[in-house]
Design a protein around this ligand. Structure first.
Ligand SMILES: C[S@@+](CC[C@H](N)C(=O)[O-])C[C@H]1O[C@@H](n2cnc3c(N)ncnc32)[C@H](O)[C@@H]1O
Ligand SMILES: [Zn+2]
Ligand SMILES: [Zn+2]
Length: 160
């Protein structure tokens, strides 16, 4: 299933000091405001291995995917390419959050010119998908690495 994204006119894509491209405000955004609604191609996680045989890694660009529910990924539109929300970077002290699976909402006021970000662990650490990257968010509480997936989840063994 394909979803068409909605992007607030108050944001735009620019090069980011965090990594690659990022999404920045061109007008102040208030706490609670919708920054955008993610679009792309809804894909059951179990279909991913087959899809990987048909679509090149470049086009699939899993860096731009997120979970919308356990077992369901929202892949970027690998048929038509990126939309601006593909470029929202992660922060360990995020100023926005994803609610209702696909809606990016400001958690606090986001000043003019600031980068918009969300904490990827909040959306992505719910399934079998593993990824890791060194975090460059620069926040005081930065955890250093973003590690998502069963490979990195702590297993707590309770003894009696
Ligand atoms: C959804 S993309 C974000 C857009 C990306 N900057 C780009 O230009 O394509 C996610 C990827 O961006 C990079 N990224 C996002 N947040 C980051 C951060 N805080 N520190 C370092 N790299 C980050 C990682 O490579 C991650 O896999
Ligand atoms: Zn993309
Ligand atoms: Zn960080």
């Amino acid at each position: 299933m394909k979803l068409k994204p909605w992007i607030s006119p108050k944001v735009e894509v620019r090069l980011s000091p965090t990594e690659g491209k990022g999404v920045f405000t061109n007008q102040k955004i208030l706490s609670g405001e919708v920054v955008g609604v993610f679009g792309g191609i809804v894909t059951p996680e179990k279909d991913l291995p087959e899809l990987r045989k048909k679509v090149s890694e470049d086009k699939l660009c899993l860096d731009h995917a997120m979970y919308i529910y356990p077992g369901f990924l929202l892949l970027h539109d690998y048929e038509n390419g990126c939309d601006p929300l593909c470029f929202v970077n992660h922060s360990c002290d995020a100023n926005a959050q994803v609610v209702n699976g696909i809606v990016l909402v400001a958690k606090r006021n986001i000043e003019l010119g600031a980068e918009v970000n969300w904490n990827y662990k909040e959306t992505d650490d719910i399934g079998d998908w593993n990824y890791e990257f060194k975090c460059n968010c620069g926040s005081k509480n930065c955890t250093g690495f973003v590690r998502v997936g069963p490979k990195y989840r702590q297993v707590i063994v309770q003894t009696v």
